[in-house]
Design a binder for this molecule. Structure first.
Ligand code: SF4
Length: 314
């Protein structure tokens, strides 16, 4: 097991002179990955809205002050069509999400069936379904699931400011159960919810100190959705965001660090710095659940400018 990193050491790295931090992160990145390759995932919402959880950033929570967009479970034909298109557009992984605290038996059986079919297209699969039972984790493994997404969102200290319907320990228990079953974990957080830089560092230390750090670490920049409790929080500073990416790369040298939600509002130059700092994965497609994402043609042009290429498989 890798040596555990302390909060103070990680904070010291985060606060290094900006160009020293970038140089250190980029060096680690080059030692572990081809710096020109970007892993691309596509995310599809299988079921949207009406969620009983109260995540302050999310439009899908029935508890947030607006009528959440609602869409019942979509058909398998629709999923397969989207997966085929994602593959043709260069994605190596197809991620599927379902709103809610945990899936019903019927929903769960449907998702297992869909996982097997999407895998038959030659795509990696990732699902996010909330809390799972031991039996469900076993069945996901049998269905061939590659990744389970379960974000920790923020630091343990800040967690209750963002979600009150579950605890961070609930979250970590599910991650442990999934990892014990031999399924890769995708887990990261959202930057810009009113947390401090110390919270950002603590979140990354928590992930890096898991018995096995997540193989995939999505770092989102908050997309402020009207009528959610976070609609008016101050913007995160761009340099602090890039520092967070760099620290993720340094603390988790062999993980895929994904630039996730909020990327559509970043300039190409900002994204270039994030890639230099160690981000090597991103979502493709116009939409990420309920929020916009950078359109594919725009991403292709941007990647060409930086001589970046799609990684065929993570
Ligand atoms: S993030 Fe997921 S669990 Fe939280 S409110 Fe939204 S859909 Fe529900």
């Amino acid at each position: 097991m890798a040596e555990k990193i302390s909060f103070n050491d990680a904070l010291g790295i985060f606060n290094r002179p900006f160009f020293t931090l970038l140089y250190d992160a980029h060096t680690i990145h080059r030692n572990n990955f081809d710096e020109q390759l970007i892993q691309i995932s596509t995310l599809l919402s299988l079921k949207t809205g009406g969620c009983s959880e109260d995540c302050a950033y999310c439009a899908q929570s029935a508890k947030n002050g607006r009528k959440a967009p609602k869409q019942p479970m979509i058909s398998k034909d629709t999923v397969m069509e989207a997966a085929q298109k994602a593959k043709e557009n260069g994605s190596s992984r197809f991620c599927m999400s379902m709103s809610g605290r945990s899936p019903s038996d019927e929903e769960f059986e449907y998702v297992c069936d869909v996982i097997k079919s999407v895998k038959s297209l030659g795509l990696e699969t990732c699902v996010t379904l909330g809390f799972l039972s031991h039996d469900q984790v076993k069945k996901l493994k049998e269905a061939g699931l590659d990744y389970y997404n379960h974000n920790v969102d923020t630091s343990a200290d800040f967690y209750q400011n963002i979600v009150t319907t579950r605890s961070i320990d609930d979250r970590l228990n599910t991650i442990e159960m999934v990892q014990n079953a031999g399924i890769n974990v995708c887990s990261g957080g959202i930057i810009g919810m009113g947390e401090t830089n110390e919270d950002r560092v603590k979140m990354l230390v928590m992930l890096a100190n898991l018995p096995t750090p997540p193989l995939s670490v999505p770092i989102n920049r908050l997309v402020k959705i009207p009528c959610t409790p976070l609609e008016n929080v101050p913007d995160v500073d761009n340099f602090d965001f890039i520092r967070t990416i760099a620290l993720a790369r340094i603390l988790m040298p062999t993980s895929y660090v994904r630039l996730s939600a909020g990327r559509d509002s970043m300039s190409e130059e900002m994204q270039a710095l994030c890639f230099f700092a160690g981000a090597n994965s991103m979502f493709s497609g116009d939409k990420l659940l309920t929020v916009p994402n950078a359109p594919l043609p725009q991403d292709i042009t941007m990647m060409h400018k930086m001589n970046l290429k799609e990684a065929m498989c993570a």
